[in-house]
Design a protein around this ligand. Structure first.
Ligand SMILES: C[S@@+](CC[C@H](N)C(=O)[O-])C[C@H]1O[C@@H](n2cnc3c(N)ncnc32)[C@H](O)[C@@H]1O
Ligand code: SF4
Length: 437
């Protein structure tokens, strides 16, 4: 029976991207005490990181499902910054975090670059006083082109940001407007030059293939223009059609202003984008990312997190992972801030992973890199990975999506281009065919 049976390349709606295993829908309020138990223990040996969610944007893009609040007054952002700092202090007061060193941080959104310089300075200084930030190895900060300003970039640099990731999505102004973006291609070029002038060591640019109304020609042109800027890395996401987006609502109402792109075309365009980047000397290092110099630019956030590191999830709707427990915060600003005000961690749901769940989680996440060596799994979990996952490995290999040996599992290029649809085949029974969120 074919693995994807009939629905392989359909323009399915909902989320495609796998961000967690087990899926969010398995996380429950009843499991939150497991997080408190993990935080009460002091003998954690995994590296520690922090994700900070900054949920503010100028305007909502039609395809976007991330939690963000639009055009908020600065008093709202000020209050939020204080809440995030307070949350970090609450974690720091636990034996499980205490004086552990934060080795990597990721400021995502929303659009973190909509903060003012003062707000960013306050946020970073608050986090630095709450947590042990000394010698942090990587700090990523997401930006959108219109909100990139010279003085803010200088502040970012002073605050220790090492990696800037900017959402470009497309270089076609018509397509950008059609998908609800506020910026123009000219803004990208201007912002990119400013970022370079400020001297950041790593600039990543995000593109999306399969935006509403995208044609072969427009996609090729976007790839050509991104290469022309010579960023240190390029991320390409296949456009998902999550249910809480304007794109989905328009699709259901039959009011889409342009044709949607099917999944097989998105895959083909991602493949073509990767080939062109490779032709220009980039190396494809994951199902989404091509890097100019992989020895110099290793994405530590990903490297650590996908190999079992702990990560604090700070901010509204943020999710983290601590001592084998997934956790997600309250997903509404009011609920989040109310809990912080009461001096309690604003966690809404959690999932306590068994050793088997942890093994599958790390395998599934690492498979996004295109290859997973078996030896670290033998050392970490004391089991033979290939024996544990023999059935899906055999099925997927027979269909040409991967190859495997005793020492490693490797996605074929066709498999890599569809990675997030392959990963659920490794899920254990209770988590197969369930909602993602
Ligand atoms: C939080 S946003 C990045 C920063 C900033 N907010 C922006 O959009 O420019 C993270 C990235 O997620 C990707 N993204 C958002 N919605 C998506 C969707 N429906 N399908 C695929 N990728 C999506 C975009 O490439 C975006 O740059
Ligand atoms: S894609 Fe980025 S800018 Fe657009 S709404 Fe989402 S988070 Fe905000």
């Amino acid at each position: 029976m074919p693995v994807f049976e009939g629905q392989r390349e359909q323009p399915v709606t909902g989320n495609y991207f796998v961000s967690a295993y087990p899926p969010f829908s398995a996380w429950t309020p009843a499991q939150v005490p497991a997080l408190h138990t993990a935080l009460a223990q002091s003998e954690h040996s995994e590296p520690l990181g922090a994700y900070v969610h900054l949920p503010f944007c100028q305007k909502k893009c039609d395809y976007c499902y991330y939690l963000s609040y639009i055009a908020q007054p600065s008093a709202v952002v000020d209050r939020y910054v204080e809440a995030v700092i307070r949350e970090a202090e609450l974690y720091a007061a636990t034996p499980g975090i205490g004086a552990r060193r934060v080795r990597f941080a990721y400021f995502g959104g929303g659009t973190p670059s909509t903060l003012s310089s003062e707000q960013l300075r306050r946020l970073i200084s608050g986090l630095k006083s709450a947590l042990c930030w000394n010698g942090i190895e990587e700090v990523t900060f997401e930006c959108a082109p219109r909100s990139v300003r010279p003085e803010f970039l200088t502040t970012m640099r002073e605050c220790g940001v090492t990696r800037v990731s900017m959402g470009v999505q497309s270089f076609d102004n018509e397509l950008l407007a059609l998908n609800g973006r506020v910026h123009l291609a000219e803004d990208v070029v201007r912002a990119f030059e400013l970022i370079r002038q400020t001297g950041f060591e790593w600039v990543n640019l995000d593109l999306m293939c399969g935006l509403l109304g995208e044609t072969e020609e427009k996609w090729r042109e976007s790839v050509r223009r991104v290469i022309e800027l010579v960023p240190d890395s390029v991320t390409i996401y296949q456009t998902e059609i999550p249910h809480n987006t304007q794109l989905y609502r328009d699709m259901r109402a039959g009011t889409l202003p342009a044709p949607m792109v099917s999944w097989d075309v998105k895959c083909a365009r991602l493949g073509e984008g990767f080939l062109r980047l490779e032709h220009e000397g980039y190396t494809v290092v994951s199902a989404y990312n091509a890097v100019k110099d992989p020895r110099k630019h290793r994405f530590l956030y990903q490297d650590y997190l996908w190999r079992g590191a702990d990560m604090l999830g700070l901010g509204v709707a943020a999710f983290g992972y601590l001592g084998g427990v997934h956790e997600q915060n309250e997903a509404g600003l009011d609920q989040y801030e109310a809990k912080i005000e009461q001096g309690v961690l604003p966690v809404k749901r959690a999932f306590h992973l068994s050793p088997r769940d942890q093994l599958v989680r790390e395998f599934v996440l690492q498979l996004k890199l295109g290859e997973v060596p078996a030896a670290p799994f033998r050392e970490r979990f004391g089991v033979d990975l290939l024996g544990e996952l023999a059935e899906p490995l055999q099925e997927l290999a027979a269909e040409g999506w991967l190859t495997w040996s005793r020492e490693e599992v490797r996605l074929t290029r066709a498999g890599l281009l569809r990675a997030d649809r392959i990963l659920p085949h490794f899920y254990d029974d209770p988590f197969r065919n369930v909602r993602k969120n």
